[in-house]
Design a protein around this ligand. Structure first.
Ligand SMILES: Nc1ncnc2c1ncn2[C@@H]1O[C@H](COP(=O)(O)OP(=O)(O)OP(=O)(O)O)[C@@H](O)[C@H]1O
Length: 356
């Protein structure tokens, strides 16, 4: 996979009202039955901003909270705390009890499983027509609707005659393109894509990633791209955010973050990416120990000193390197390298603003 990310040629999204902004998002799930007071903290104080026409990758291992974040933002799950703003409007206040049609037409989700997300009893045309009808985007005549259906198919790189196909007649990659076309039918501002390529053959993954990139570049759609795959984050995303035990621990321009990771967890993730020039650097035993420590306690497991643990005191945001890269890390262990320019950001609220 070539790394054609060219952050410098992208428009400056930091000065505009973000397409999506998440502030202090928290989510706990009750566990242990009806009368139990126990809960598992899946998200804690997550701040995340996605500019217009920007793709942000959210990476982290299984159980780190990525899907919970996407499901809360998509309002499939009720957050325990925090705010969600689309185009500067707090949607939790606007539609207090459930997601409105207006919300659904602003934000769409594409799921991991292209096999499960399309009802096998219907033809492709049905899914797209339904989305157009619900959101009244089909045009006033059948001719216009037909034209729109064919446009959607072309946009996602499918032949118009596949409108007559059933899901089982399509490959996994083609089904995922249909799922993306269905999301596009409502002309959303933001797409949340939860591992959209992980169930696809390696050979067709790149096509779906390129489609997502095209939608960003040509239609200005903003995306949260959730993935385990750091190489694809680097290929596709303008910025990458790293989630660990329900919190964002590092964020920055993808290329910079993945070549110069500041948090030990990000370093561990990066070290697990196969790289012939770095043979032997991945330590599966250490990684398993850390995962175990994370599951067993509320501390992050990277630091043996209890006085410096995140549970004793939340780490502040440290800026890493050149401010242009908007790269920060939250870790008590972070020590800027001499000359690297890393320093702690000022205290709240500028801290949060600068870090999002
Ligand atoms: N409905 C639920 N009830 C109880 N706990 C839950 C629920 N959903 C998620 N969790 C817990 O929240 C934490 C985060 O889970 P989540 O699925 O968001 O992680 P993830 O990073 O998306 O993992 P994966 O990549 O495997 O999907 C986990 O500890 C999980 O067990």
């Amino acid at each position: 996979m070539s790394h054609s990310l060219q952050s410098s040629s992208r428009p400056d999204v930091s000065t505009q009202t973000p397409a999506l902004e998440v502030r202090g998002l928290g989510k706990s799930f009750p566990i242990g039955g009806l009368f139990s007071r126990e809960s598992v903290r899946a998200l804690h104080g997550v701040d995340l901003t996605i500019g217009r026409g920007e793709i942000v990758a959210l990476v982290g291992e299984s159980g780190s909270g990525k899907s919970t974040l996407a499901r809360c933002v998509a309002r499939l799950e009720k957050p325990s705390s925090g705010e969600i703003l689309i185009d500067g409007v707090d949607v939790l206040k606007r539609d207090r009890f459930q997601a409105s049609r207006a919300f659904r037409s602003q934000l769409q989700m594409v799921f991991q499983d292209p096999f499960g997300s399309l009802n096998p009893a219907h033809r492709v045309e049905h899914f797209l027509r339904r989305s157009l009808a619900i959101h009244r985007k089909g045009g006033s005549s059948e001719t216009e609707t037909r034209q729109r259906l064919e446009e959607l198919m072309t946009t996602v790189g499918l032949q118009a005659d596949m409108l007559n196909s059933y899901p089982h007649e399509l490959s996994g990659g083609q089904r995922q393109r249909v799922a993306i076309a269905r999301a596009l039918a409502v002309e959303p501002r933001v797409i949340l894509a939860d591992e959209p390529t992980s169930m696809l053959d390696v050979s067709v993954r790149i096509g779906v990633l390129n489609l997502m990139r095209k939608l960003r570049d040509e239609q200005g759609i903003s995306m949260l791209y959730i993935t385990h795959d750091l190489a694809s984050a680097r290929y596709l995303a303008d910025r990458t955010a790293v989630m660990f035990a329900g919190e964002l621990v590092e964020q920055g321009e993808s290329l910079d973050l993945l070549t110069n990771p500041g948090h030990p967890y990000t370093q561990l993730l990066v070290s697990a990416v196969p790289d012939p020039s770095r043979a032997g650097s991945y330590d599966p035993v250490r990684r398993a120990e850390l995962r175990q420590a994370v599951m067993a306690s509320t501390t992050c497991g990277f630091d043996g000193d209890p006085n410096q643990s995140c549970s004793a005191e939340e780490p502040v945001h440290h800026r890493v390197g050149d401010p242009e890269n908007r790269h920060w890390v939250r870790c008590h262990l972070y020590r800027p390298q001499a000359g690297a320019g890393g320093h702690a950001l000022a205290a709240e609220p500028m801290d949060k603003k600068a870090s999002a």
